[in-house]
Design a protein around this ligand. Structure first.
Ligand SMILES: Nc1ncnc2c1ncn2[C@@H]1O[C@H](COP(=O)(O)OP(=O)(O)OP(=O)(O)O)[C@@H](O)[C@H]1O
Length: 275
């Protein structure tokens, strides 16, 4: 496993922040994601993890700070421009089109990156036909990467929960990103499916991808992440290897909230909060 921080950063954020009215959802976060590694972003509920992803992927415009990707400033880019630069994401809730085929889903992911607009599509211009062929090729490549090529013709809704998660990942991979953001990839998965998902993420990283993920399942985070970034009340409170952060007093305090008995990081208490 490569040592965190040893490879050049693919993404750097500096003093990144956003507030909604008086609420600082993310505040003064300075951090970097090493290329070719897996970074997990963790923190108690409401810590700002999803907002952090939304800032990086252009869904939200930061109210302070800068974002650099592959050495270039992407702070003010819109979502489609961020995708075109090479950052793709999946969402917490499954956003696949269940009635469409697995291949069509992946093609939708690819077309985010192509230039043909509605006008081209309606008139079936040469460029549109060219783009469609390119979409099909890019989509098939993405399906091969997630092990779904043999299922390309099936309706996405006919796949297992794990299969549908893979479709979501293929949709993101179809735009051929250098950085993949996974928002709670293991949500709703049983332990066996979670292990399979971990193997898939490892394979993708071995193939050259950089991954950042938000996840509550600590077995996945601890077993997969090269480095962990911990947010609490929108601020970075720790960054390091899984071993380092799990021993960090500030992290333990954030998760246990000062209670001596509360289980491990990320476990949900009966009230639904994270112990
Ligand atoms: N668009 C928005 N408008 C107003 N407040 C928002 C908005 N998006 C997020 N917030 C607030 O910002 C804070 C951080 O939310 P966020 O969803 O990023 O946390 P999180 O760490 O992802 O939480 P969880 O683990 O529960 O998904 C919360 O208080 C949330 O209510």
């Amino acid at each position: 496993m490569p040592e965190p921080g040893r490879s050049a950063p693919i993404l750097e954020v500096q003093d990144l922040g956003i507030h909604f009215g008086g609420l600082h959802a993310v505040r003064d976060v300075t951090a970097s994601l090493p290329a070719g590694q897996i970074t997990a972003i963790i923190g108690p509920n409401g810590a700002g993890k999803s907002t952090f992803f939304n800032l990086i992927s252009g869904f939200y415009q930061p109210t302070s700070g800068r974002i650099r990707f592959e050495g270039q400033d992407i702070t003010r880019l819109k979502t489609h421009q961020v995708v075109a630069r090479g950052i793709a994401r999946t969402f917490q809730t499954t956003t696949i089109y269940k009635e469409l085929s697995v291949l069509d889903n992946a093609m939708i992911g690819h077309r985010v990156r192509t230039r043909a607009g509605l006008f081209d599509a309606l008139l079936r211009t040469g460029r549109e036909r060219h783009d469609e062929a390119g979409s099909r090729l890019g989509a098939m490549r993405a399906l091969e990467r997630v092990g779904l090529a043999p299922q390309a013709g099936r309706p996405a809704g006919a796949l297992t929960q794990e299969g549908q998660k893979r479709v979501g990942i293929a949709m993101a991979l179809a735009s051929d990103p250098a950085l993949l953001l996974l928002d709670e990839p293991a949500a709703g998965m049983n332990p066996e499916e979670t292990v399979n998902l971990m193997s898939l993420i490892r394979e993708l990283v071995t193939g050259g991808l950089t991954v950042a993920l938000v996840e509550h399942k600590m077995s996945l985070v601890m077993g997969l992440a090269d480095q962990i970034l911990v947010l609490h009340h929108g601020q970075k409170i720790a960054q390091g290897t899984p071993t380092e952060v799990s021993r960090d007093p500030a992290v333990i305090e954030a998760y246990l909230g000062g209670h001596a008995h509360g289980g491990q990081m990320g476990q949900r208490t009966e009230g639904g909060a994270h112990a």
